[in-house]
Design a protein around this ligand. Structure first.
Ligand code: FAD
Length: 480
């Protein structure tokens, strides 16, 4: 609700009001508050105004107005990002551009297996629209009820189905973008092949709003699977989990759509803070793997496949115990265990988070080595290790020692532990941000781990596309 907006003599604001209407230019602090703090409540900024354009032409118009008045722009979708990329700085001089009014599904082309949507379309709405056309839009993550496809593209979001369908980048065929100078690039092509020079689309994906504003996209659709089947398997160590991954991929190939690792400590935190969520096995095990198959034939086919691959895993001594969901409710309960880990962790108290990836073959060694280094640096730290093992992506988090003061722990150890984790990630040829992006949070760490050549190429791109540095300054690369 737009409270009575304060009268203003700010010419920038007045021109924005003329362009997109008074009710879409928020200036009252209570109206703006929800746009100025990030989801994790780590950053709170100030803004000159929050602008809510309703069309691509309106986005272009306000970008041109901002250029004339030299106002920096912070694009925002659902504000669920985990790296502070959508929060303005504290100067009060930047304008937040929220795409939340641009949520239309422009077209679905079932024969071409594509959907064309505006950037502010909420991911869950897009999945629903695809389903209504008997198609699957496979991007799926716990924030899907509020995150937008523009934000997903800008952070190149991953989620739970990357193993089979790839990241948001791999699901995108075409983009419409408002450039930093306020021109509209209409690249909404639904083509699987297009070799006509530099790939402009890929530049804007994962750019976190630092190169332009994505206003619409053409995304790939897939046939709706006939059945989903979920199972949990108990293994001793991450090394055994990797052996299970190999067995599952050999047996199921592209039908294996999910492979998530959960350490026993993660599940004990879930049990502690959500006592209704039952540990799925009679005895505790070092690790639990959640597997999902998406089958194009039938539930029976999926069940047979699961039973045979689990039998192989038992025969090879990889798996200690396993349970296959018998119905949707059980399947949901398995996924709930996985999705409640971050929530249980938050209940347990502040912690140090890392969203890293290393080549899948290195994961076991990475976990073993880094745990030793962290135990030596900060004795008693509790490791919360879970994530998308099938993609080589771990949420590798460090919780305060039992009974410790989380704030004091973070103050003393955060920088040191980040360095230990990131140095070991680099030693294993990995990345310090697998799916959450750089935002504000990791600007310095990124500058430390990227090579000088990478950084200078990134700066050259930023200068070429945003020569005046108005698009989301201070995010991704600080000194561009
Ligand atoms: P915002 O948070 O609004 O913005 C994110 C970044 O994109 C900012 O830099 C912003 O400036 C930029 N941006 C937004 N829209 C545009 C646009 N139209 N044009 C240009 N730039 C734009 N992420 C994963 O990858 N995998 C997960 O499994 C996952 N799980 C999550 C679970 C929870 C509970 C939460 C809260 C978050 C999770 N995330 C996950 C992170 C988050 O949901 C994603 O980063 C999501 O893609 C952000 O979308 P958004 O619309 O909220 O973007």
């Amino acid at each position: 609700m737009n409270a009575a907006a304060p009268a203003t003599s700010d010419v920038f604001v007045l021109e924005c009001i003329a362009a997109i209407g008074d009710t879409n230019v928020l200036r009252d602090p209570s109206d703006m508050a929800g746009y100025l703090t990030d989801w994790r409540k780590r950053y709170t900024g100030q803004a000159r105004a929050v602008l809510r354009p309703g069309s691509t032409e309106e986005v272009a118009e306000i970008v041109r107005i901002a250029a004339r008045h030299n106002v920096a722009i912070v694009p925002q979708g659902g504000n669920t990002g985990l790296s502070g990329g959508a929060t303005p700085d504290e100067s009060g001089s930047q304008a937040v551009v929220s795409l939340s009014r641009m949520r239309a599904v422009r077209a679905i082309d079932p024969a071409n297996n594509t959907i064309t949507v505006e950037a502010g379309c909420v991911l869950a709405d897009m999945q629903r629209a695809a389903r209504e056309s008997d198609r699957l839009f496979p991007l799926s993550l716990a924030a899907e009820g509020s995150c937008t496809i523009g934000g997903n593209l800008s952070t190149n979001a991953g989620g739970t189905a990357v193993l089979a369908y790839g990241t948001t980048r791999e699901l995108c065929l075409g983009l419409e973008v408002v450039t930093a100078s306020g021109e509209i690039w209409s690249g909404l092509r639904g083509l699987r092949k297009d070799n006509t020079g530099y790939d402009l689309r890929d530049l804007f994906i994962g750019a976190e709003g630092t190169l332009g504003i994505i206003t619409a996209a053409v995304m790939k659709l897939y046939p709706l699977p006939a059945a989903h089947m979920t199972a949990l398997a108990a293994v001793d160590t991450p090394h055994e989990a990797l052996k299970l991954l190999e067995i599952a991929q050999r047996a199921a190939g592209p039908l294996l759509t999910g492979f998530e690792l959960m350490s026993d400590f993660c599940l004990s935190l879930v049990g502690k803070h959500f006592p209704d969520m039952r540990y799925p096995f009679a005895e505790r095990h070092g690790q639990v793997v959640l597997l999902e198959l998406s089958d194009n034939e039938s539930e029976e086919h999926a069940r047979n496949l699961f039973e045979s691959l689990m039998q192989t895993a038992f025969d090879e001594g990889v798996v200690q115990d396993a349970v296959v969901a018998q119905n949707l409710t059980e399947s949901r309960a398995f996924w709930n265990l996985r999705e409640h880990i971050p929530l249980a962790q938050a209940e347990e108290g502040l912690n140090i988070k890392h969203d890293i990836a290393v080549p899948i073959s290195r994961i076991g060694h990475f976990i073993d080595e880094t745990a030793v280094l962290i135990a030596a640096a900060a004795p008693g730290s509790r490791m919360v290790v879970f994530g998308h093992l099938g993609d080589g992506n771990l949420h590798y988090n460090v919780q305060t020692p039992e009974g410790g003061d989380p704030r004091a722990f973070l103050k003393t150890y955060q920088t040191q532990l980040n360095r230990i984790v990131y140095d070991n990630v680099v030693a294993h040829h990995g990345t310090i941000s697998a799916e959450h992006g750089i935002g504000k949070l990791k600007v310095e760490d990124n500058a430390r781990v990227k090579t000088p050549v990478e950084l200078s190429l990134m700066r050259a791109l930023k200068h070429a596309l945003d020569p005046h540095g108005r698009m989301n300054p201070g995010k991704v690369i600080a000194d561009a």
